[in-house]
Write a protein that binds this ligand. Sequence first.
Ligand SMILES: O=C(CO)COP(=O)(O)O
Length: 123
Amino acid sequence: MTLPCIALIAHDQKKDDMAAFAQQHQQALSRFRLVATGTTGGRIQDACSGLQVTRLKSGPLGGDQQIGAMIATGEVDMLIFFVDPLTSMPHDVDVKALTRLATVYDIPMALNRATAERLIDFQ
Ligand SMILES: O=C(CO)COP(=O)(O)O
């Protein structure tokens, strides 16, 4: 039986938060298959040596789009994306496309830590 999959992403200003979140919820996260954009996945693996994370491309190089494609093909069951609303980004359109697809496919989506804490508690 394949485990359900969580996609994890954090913008640069939110990566410390994501590493702390992953550490705090390492046990809950270990019950999922984890995918992440490149740099975020590296930070999670550094923070939680017990977690296996499939690292895709970095967000600005297509990682958000890869996760969007996985949502469209039914491979992602939940999106945890710590966004930074205070910094403009060259790949803003990719971010928007990803959150749009999570909405289209009705995937549970947390865009900040407070929501992620509640979502992970329900699992
Ligand atoms: O930019 C991102 C999401 O839009 C995150 O990508 P990285 O995890 O590679 O930094």
